[in-house]
Write a protein that binds this ligand. Structure first.
Ligand SMILES: CSC[C@@H](O)[C@@H](O)C(=O)COP(=O)(O)O
Ligand SMILES: [Zn+2]
Length: 230
């Protein structure tokens, strides 16, 4: 994963002046390509970011995720999302959601958004009003929550005004008691997860996608009645 990054040694700077952060840019691009290969970022769908000392590095908007390179990333400020390095690329259309996570969850170091099919299907079903609860699924432990025996992932309405989705997320995170479940679903759209780094955020994405797949295989109900606890 870091092979291309190592090539960006200080003696071989990026061609564009003042762009910096080659390691983080490379990580974001690599994650996009990997998730594209899994079929979770079809076409230009999906976006990835990591927190940096000065803000975040995020995928540029509208780029084909299967051929992402470091140049297809933008560094933006944490407070208002303004590009910090004078780059002309537009940051992801979903930058406001990424920024909401970083602002509300101090330990979040990476955010991944994908159009993974099973998660999107579960988020769009009639039983997914407000949240999808995963009860007594072993794999829920992969989300790193204190009580994996019942994990409720919030489901937000899809809106063309993306900052409104970010606003819904902020309201949810502030209202939720205890540590937040590091995932959200957007109805008829996709799934977003976060973690301390890209590895953790991506692992959690895999867990949510597989949990949703298992739920569908089990008959379409995320929650069920059972005495046993994990
Ligand atoms: C292929 S359309 C998908 C977009 O509308 C959006 O949901 C998405 O995931 C990618 O947006 P982007 O602005 O490229 O980060
Ligand atoms: Zn999307």
């Amino acid at each position: 994963m870091t092979t291309g990054v190592k090539m960006q040694h200080a003696s071989a700077p990026l061609r564009r002046a003042g762009t910096g952060l080659a390691l983080e840019r490379g990580e974001v691009a690599t994650a996009c390509r990997d998730l594209y290969r899994r079929g979770w970022m079809p076409g230009t769908a999906g976006n990835v970011s990591v927190r940096t000392g000065e803000g975040i590095v995020i995928s540029a908007s509208g780029r084909a995720k299967g051929t992402m390179s470091r140049q297809d990333t933008v560094v933006v400020a944490l407070d208002d999302g303004r590009p910090l390095h004078g780059e002309s690329e537009r940051p992801s259309a979903e930058t406001s959601i990424h920024l909401a996570v970083y602002r509300e969850v101090p330990e979040a170091g990476a955010v991944v958004h994908a159009h993974a099919p099973y998660a999107t299907t579960v988020a769009s079903g009639p039983g997914a009003a407000g949240q999808v609860a995963f009860d007594d699924w072993e794999l829920a432990k992969g989300l790193g929550v204190p009580d994996p025996s019942r994990v409720a992932v919030p489901v937000f309405a899809n809106r063309s005004d993306v900052p409104r989705i970010a606003g819904d997320l902020v309201a949810h995170l502030r209202a939720a008691p205890g540590p937040a479940v590091p995932a959200l679903l957007i109805s008829r759209h996709g799934v977003t997860t976060w973690g301390r780094d890209l590895t953790e955020a991506t692992n959690r994405l895999e867990c949510v996608e597989m949990l949703c797949r298992l739920v569908l295989l089990a008959g379409g109900t995320a929650a069920h009645e059972q005495e046993d606890v994990l």
